[in-house]
Design a protein around this ligand. Structure first.
Ligand SMILES: [Zn+2]
Length: 313
């Protein structure tokens, strides 16, 4: 091939790579057999009744990301506040759900034990670890250590979405444990996934095919769709697309009242309190704003709901 042809071919390949990217994971996905789509009106009818689930939120690690990723710095409120694209301290959480009949589940996964004890053995590639500013990651409670102290076996993992910082604990989840996520998460394509797909695949190795919630689209509903996970109205998956196509919040009717785990539909306390949506880490900005506004409207209408944000208390 002549040099100009080669240059054109390379340019074309780069263009394809940057526009199409690659899938979040090559791990298989199928529809979930757990949970049934229900109108969100069913959720409202139960919201204020005492719930059966014991809920515990664990701060697995403290970390730092760039503020422009988690807060839209172009929003007029952020500009007026003079927010700069500096380091934003965040936490990497997992949430434990203990249901009296269904057993122990977690929402998201925190970080794996190897990330603290032997990073070279972790599911994360060296390239990903160096891009993650590991020197700024302080591990408090690795998922594996925490699981080792539990009397009950882990029955399943509910993911808010398939970004790497939500599966960094997955390597500590026993092989064979079912993993649930929103629709289209595995096949969602982003340029970033070219670099992290291998790490996500290793974190999911040994687990069954991802089980995707089957939402039925609810135009004009509280959220884009809802799934009653155990069929008793105690734990709901709520479809809040934008950050990723299948982004899912969870509403847990806990023994201490209703708790809303919003995932990365809103990462930060400042963003939530000032009505400023997340920034550049969100794949579909306008759709993300819609979901963010739905979550805030729901919380405003039900002030008894305890809101837990994606990465800050
Ligand atoms: Zn995140």
């Amino acid at each position: 091939m002549r040099p100009r042809m080669i240059a054109l071919s390379i340019a074309a390949a780069l263009a394809v790579a940057s526009s199409v990217g690659c899938a979040a994971t090559s791990h298989e996905a199928r529809k979930s057999s757990l949970g049934a789509a229900r109108p969100t009106a069913g959720l409202l009818a139960l919201l204020d009744q005492p719930g059966p689930v014991e809920l515990e939120t664990v701060n697995s690690a403290d970390w730092v990301v760039e503020r422009g990723g988690v807060i839209n710095l172009d929003h007029p409120t952020a500009k007026a506040a003079g927010l700069k694209n500096e380091d934003e301290p965040i936490q990497v959480f997992f949430h434990a759900l203990r249901h009296p009949e269904q057993g122990l589940f977690i929402v998201d996964t925190g970080v794996e034990t190897a990330l603290r004890d032997a990073p070279e053995k972790s599911a994360l590639s060296g390239m990903v670890r160096s891009a993650m500013n590991m020197e700024k990651l302080k591990v408090n409670a690795p998922l594996g250590e925490w699981l080792g102290r539990q009397a009950q076996p882990l029955k399943g993992v509910f993911l808010t979405h398939l970004h790497l910082d939500h599966v960094t604990g997955m390597a500590d989840v026993p092989a064979g444990t079912p993993v649930y996520t929103g629709p289209g998460e595995a096949s969602a394509r982003q340029f970033l996934y070219l670099f992290v797909q291998g790490s996500t695949d290793r974190a999911l190795a040994g687990k069954p095919a991802l089980s995707e919630w089957t939402y039925s689209h609810e135009p004009g509903g509280l959220f884009d769709g809802a799934v009653d996970i155990f069929g008793d109205g105690s734990v709901w998956a709520l479809w809040v697309p934008g950050h990723t196509p299948g982004s899912t919040a969870y509403l847990v009717r806990s023994t201490k009242g209703p708790v809303l785990l919003v995932g990365d539909a809103c990462h930060t306390r400042w963003g939530w309190e000032h009505d400023v949506e997340p920034g550049t880490f969100t794949a579909d900005g306008p759709r993300g704003v819609e979901s963010f506004k739905k979550l805030r409207a729901f919380a405003a209408a039900h002030p008894n709901v305890d809101v837990r944000l994606g990465h800050q208390h």
